[in-house]
Structure formats: structure tokens, C-alpha cells
Design a protein around this ligand. Structure first.
Ligand code: ADP
Ligand code: ADP
Length: 229
């Protein structure tokens, strides 16, 4: 079942006179409940694609449907609200707020969708417990290791039970052992909650956790590899 449909996405960046086609006609579908990797060399357009699919950025032309909704036909406010409700985001450098504790960082996601303080706290506690961070809830990001910070970021991305989670180089700032642990955790969460994960990476080892690998080069999909889960 397709949860996301991308139709002929083109993204042109303009730098003065010079135009650069970062996406050059990308069409594909993301199935509900799958882990899909977008794999390709640096500069091939992976982040641009992720940003257009998730509504962070607008394509120059083409359409994106998420859960049946024409994403780029929404107003900016509607898009922000849609993203907050349906999506979670995981970044290479965690993007945690340094002056807030792990618990407060995770609560923010709930407060953003209008949850009451008490239920936001309860949900955040639960999400942190689920990923093995129960005894770190009152730590600041600076007091956590890289792997622990990424766990908090994953709790923040998942606490409101989004249908789809976008991850841009989620292991990029970690060593290989911690990176593998984070990918195991993502795989486990995917299996337990049937959430859809889309992972941008340039690393085959990271892509190996997914059911399908979309190979990109120069703003195009060059192949879609199906793997035996
Ligand atoms: P990847 O994520 O695969 O490394 P990106 O999507 O970040 O690739 O970038 C694709 C291409 O588009 C690169 O050549 C990059 O320099 C260019 N690009 C990305 N963002 C911008 C921007 N805001 N303005 C101009 N060019 C950009
Ligand atoms: P190290 O710092 O341990 O030498 P590498 O250079 O081998 O790390 O790996 C760097 C990148 O590859 C990181 O993004 C890391 O998280 C990721 N990585 C390496 N091995 C794996 C693996 N088995 N599973 C997931 N990610 C991995």
C-alpha cells in the first residue's frame, strides 16, 4: 500500500544566472510500514529529495501525495500542522535543544500538536523508556554520548506516533558500533509499530537494514533494489 507518492519531482536551485537541477524527474512510491533507504554519493540530491517529500522544501515542479494529501497544495500553516501530526524527523546532528533536558526535548513534539502538559510528559517518559533512556531523562544533551543523543532524538521523532519518520544520515555523526546499534533500534521500532522509515544515507551498511534501496545519482533514481527482509 503506497503511503507516499512522488510524481515527476524536479528541483532547480538558482544561483544568480546559474541553474542547477538537483532533482531531475523523480517518481516512486513509499509503502506503508517499510524501511526504505535512499542511497547515493554526496551531492546526488538525497537531502533535496527528502526535504521535498516531507514538505520542508517545495519542488520546482511535480507532486507529492502523503496519506492521500497533495502536500504542496497545502498552505504553509496547513503543511506545518500536517507535518507535526503525521511525521517525525531524525537528523545527523540530533538537533536537540541544548538548554532542555532529554525529557523536555521529547515533550516539545507533544506540545507542538497541542497535547496537555501532563499527557505530554507521560508520553515523553514512555517514549524514552521504550528506547532504553529511562535513567537519562533529566540529562542535558551535553551530558549524553552521541548514541544517547540520537536515542533521545529518535524518542522525540516517535513520541506522537507518526505514520512516517524521515531520517537524514542518522548514523553520520556516530562510530560504526553505535551506528549499528541505532540502526538495530530503528529496525526494532519499525517491526514493533509498523511505522514507515525513510533513511537517507551514503553508506551501504546503513542501507542494508532496509527492505528497499532507492539508488540515486545526479538527481535521478537509477534503480530500486528489493532486499529479502
Ligand atoms: P545529497 O544529500 O545527496 O548530498 P543534496 O540534496 O544536499 O545532496 O544536494 C544536491 C545538489 O544540490 C548539490 O550539488 C548541492 O550543492 C545542490 N544544492 C543543495 N542545496 C542547495 C541550495 N540551497 N542552493 C543551491 N544549490 C543547492
Ligand atoms: P568508525 O568511526 O567506527 O571507523 P566508520 O567510518 O566505519 O566508523 O563508519 C562511519 C559511518 O558508518 C557512520 O555513519 C557509522 O554509523 C556508519 N556505520 C558503520 N557500520 C555500520 C553498521 N554496521 N550499521 C550501521 N551504520 C554503520
Amino acid at each position: 500500500l503506497a503511503f507516499v507518492k512522488a510524481q515527476d519531482l524536479v528541483k532547480i536551485y538558482k544561483n544568480g544566472e546559474i541553474e542547477y537541477r538537483a532533482l531531475n524527474g523523480v517518481s516512486f512510491e513509499i509503502n506503508e510500514g517499510e524501511i526504505l533507504s535512499i542511497l547515493g554519493p554526496s551531492g546526488c540530491g538525497k537531502s533535496t529529495l527528502l526535504n521535498c517529500l516531507s514538505g520542508i522544501d517545495d519542488p520546482t515542479s511535480g507532486k507529492v501525495f502523503v496519506d492521500g494529501v497533495n502536500l504542496h497544495a497545502l498552505s504553509d500553516n496547513e503543511k506545518t500542522r500536517f507535518r507535526a501530526l503525521k511525521m517525525g524527523f531524525i537528523f545527523q546532528f540530533y538537533n536537540l535543544i541544548p538548554v532542555l533536558t532529554a525529557l523536555e526535548n521529547v515533550e516539545l513534539t507533544m506540545l507542538a500538536i497541542g497535547a496537555e502538559n501532563k499527557s505530554a510528559r507521560r508520553a515523553a517518559m514512555e517514549a524514552l523508556e521504550q528506547i532504553g533512556m529511562k535513567d537519562r531523562v533529566d540529562y542535558l544533551p551535553s551530558q549524553l554520548s552521541g548514541g544517547e543523543r540520537q536515542r533521545v532524538a529518535i524518542a522525540r521523532a516517535l513520541v506522537h506516533k507518526p505514520k512516517i519518520v524521515w531520517a537524514d544520515e542518522p548514523t553520520g555523526a556516530l562510530d560504526s558500533k553505535t551506528g549499528a546499534e541505532i540502526m538495530e533500534l530503528i529496525k526494532h521500532l519499525n517491526e514493533e509499530f509498523n511505522q514507515t522509515f525513510v533513511i537517507v544515507t551514503h553508506d551501504d551498511r546503513v542501507a542494508s537494514y532496509s527492505e528497499r534501496i532507492l539508488h540515486m545519482d545526479s538527481g535521478k533514481i537509477i534503480s530500486i533494489e528489493k532486499r529479502q527482509g
